[in-house]
Design a protein around this ligand. Sequence first.
Ligand code: IPE
Ligand code: IPE
Ligand code: MG
Length: 245
Amino acid sequence: MRNRRKKPLDLTGLTIPTHIAIIMDGNGRWARRRGLPRQAGHRAGAENLRRIINACVEFGVKVLTIYAFSTENWGRPEKEVRGLMKIFARVLDQELDDLHRQGVCLHHLGDLTGVDPALQEKVRRALELTKNNDRLILNVAFNYGGRAEILHAVRQMLADGISPDELTEELFSSYLFTAGLPDPDLVIRTSGELRISNFLIWQAAYAEYYPTPQLWPDFSREDLYEAIVAYNQRERRFGLVPEEN
Ligand code: IPE
Ligand code: IPE
Ligand code: MG
């Protein structure tokens, strides 16, 4: 375990994004570069999550969404999927009390059907335990896909008998897994890939994107700070004309 003293970072004058979403990519490549099995990369990735959650609390981020497992990731070799499920279960066992103490409120984005019942139970317990915390909302996108989420919302709306005239963007958003939460301001993707991979495709319509070549296990508190600095240099226009000075 590293125990380096934290470098002081100057947050003065910086706008901290309310909601940061991260596509935690590159665990496999991180492991391969070290001649290790992919599972070692996933373990290192899970450890890194701890650092980034702490940094979000430190910086005052209100909502953090992490892409942990996509609906498409079930197509990976069975051994890798099993390994990932083991890590999720272990992280919940080992980190839940600490997260709770830290004031983290856990949310799940995705569908638990088809997930091992014991893991489902751990997730439910974690959501229940932390539901009144408000320091940081941590959305875990697990068995999550943006398209599946949209279909899920449409099905629910049909079942509720929503009529075409009633349907607004606000109403639609209230049927998504992120109901009641602000849209992401900043979407970070590690490992240098320049794609969305079915992540928050509705909610991130106007998010600022920040791709970084760092592989997820190496993405540090200082890298997160750099991403926030870069975010502060963006001009968010939302389709309007730039402000004249
Ligand atoms: C991200 O790392 C973790 C998950 C998708 C679960 P990858 O496993 O995709 O790592 P690379 O992209 O193969 O390096
Ligand atoms: C996106 O990464 C999913 C997660 C980080 C959980 P992938 O590695 O699965 O995405 P692709 O295959 O590169 O698009
Ligand atoms: Mg990947």
